[in-house]
Design a protein around this ligand. Structure first.
Ligand SMILES: [Cu+2]
Length: 275
């Protein structure tokens, strides 16, 4: 083989090798491009309910709603808005069998409902169910809990039970880690606040126990006060055992018919974050 032929042969081999390496790189490069997809998680819509009722995600997560009902549903944040609640407004219709996706970047709570089958009750500041829906008296609502640190939450928050009502005055509160929340019973009847069991941390990461709040009838003149110190960050979901029960499938408080606020359950949330 002459020197020029040898050189040509060598170039051919090198060229082939380059092509092979090139072919090998192309899919790998494409794969690497797809890698930084945001994490995603799914809320199922079925029988006019959102499951799970409380979804916990890290900041930057895309939440996908999958509507498996034969009718369209809407996801809409409630009118509640604070530094830690509904910092993003959502209002999207999801056709039957369809999907919707929302990415939540800011830590906090996002409280939403379906206004086509439930109602925002402005007097109560709560989502109310409609009679005739399959899981009445549970309204079609849900909570997205985006973990992460929320700065400048108060060290103390005061809450109460309203006079002559089976109702928590402030449904959703937040305090910094190590902070305290007190509940004063302005009602005449006793109330018993305890966690909705069955959730995994960071929902109810610590059992707050049964908090007996005697009313003015048993503890005159003005009922009892309980104060709880929250040393572990998380979302504490509680209810009053006298005026609500827990649905074992959805792990939600359900109003008892004898409660004055029926069908709205006596329940509340405490968000604990930052310091
Ligand atoms: Cu009660």
């Amino acid at each position: 083989m002459s020197r020029s032929l040898y050189r040509m042969a060598l170039l051919c081999v090198l060229g082939t090798l380059t092509l092979l390496v090139g072919c090998g790189l192309t899919p790998a490069t494409r794969y690497v491009t797809l890698m930084p997809e945001p994490p995603s998680t799914t809320v199922t819509i079925a029988e006019s309910m959102f499951t799970p009722f409380i979804l916990v995600v890290a900041p930057g997560t895309a939440v996908m709603w999958h509507n498996s009902d034969p009718v369209a549903h809407t996801i809409a944040t409630t009118p509640e808005s604070t530094a830690y609640l509904n910092t993003l407004t959502v209002n999207q219709s999801i056709p039957a069998g369809g999907m919707a996706s929302v990415t939540f970047s800011q830590p906090g709570l996002y409280h939403y409902y379906d206004p086509t089958v439930s109602d925002w009750n402005a007097d109560f500041g709560r989502v109310a169910p409609r009679q005739g829906e399959p899981h009445y008296p549970m309204p079609m609502e849900g909570m997205i809990y985006v973990t992460g640190t929320i700065a400048q939450l108060p060290a103390h928050a005061a809450n109460s039970v309203i006079y002559l009502h089976d109702r928590i005055a402030t449904n959703i509160l937040a305090v910094r880690t190590g902070g305290t929340v007190s509940w004063h019973n302005y009602d005449t009847d006793p109330h018993f606040l305890l966690p909705v069991l069955g959730w995994d941390a960071p929902v109810n990461p610590v059992d707050i126990g049964i908090n007996n709040l005697l009313g003015a009838d048993a503890a005159p003149p003005d009922g009892e006060t309980r104060t709880i110190t929250f040393t572990t960050p998380g979302l504490y979901y509680y209810y009053c055992q006298t005026h609500a029960a827990v649905d074992p499938v959805y792990l939600r408080a359900v109003a008892r018919q004898m409660a004055s606020e029926y069908p709205i359950p006596m329940e509340g949330w405490v968000l604990v974050s930052g310091n």
